[in-house]
Design a protein around this ligand. Structure first.
Ligand SMILES: [Zn+2]
Length: 114
């Protein structure tokens, strides 16, 4: 289930909500001030949403194309998939390592050389 972020019109606080299906869920309410006037934010969230879609649609048996391996967003996808399958929640360290790999693979390789 994707998480969308909503910005409160009254206090500006951003709250994340699980969203089922299309459209905005009903009775959203700001986690900061309890305001009801929330607008969905697109930008940053899209990345996370597509990342969870990516994981959901990941098939370890399927043949991967070259573009799959060249896309850094697919780094760690297999590990995430295996953890999810085993019902194990990834640790913060695991998540941040993968996040680093995805955003700047060369830096992580340099770091691990030390
Ligand atoms: Zn608010």
């Amino acid at each position: 289930m994707p998480i969308y972020e909503y910005k409160c019109a009254s206090c500006g606080r951003v709250s994340g909500f699980f969203v089922q299906g299309f459209g905005d869920p009903e009775n959203l309410c700001c986690q900061g001030c309890g305001g009801k006037d929330l607008k969905r934010i697109i930008s940053r969230v899209n990345y996370h949403q597509s990342q969870s879609d990516r994981l959901a649609s990941y098939d370890p048996q399927a043949r991967k194309s070259d573009s799959f391996y060249k896309d850094t967003r697919n780094i760690g996808l297999h590990a995430e998939h295996m953890l999810q399958k085993a019902g194990v929640k990834p640790t913060e360290e695991f998540r941040s390592r993968i996040e680093n790999l995805r955003s700047d693979p060369s830096r992580v390789i340099k770091d691990s050389d030390k």
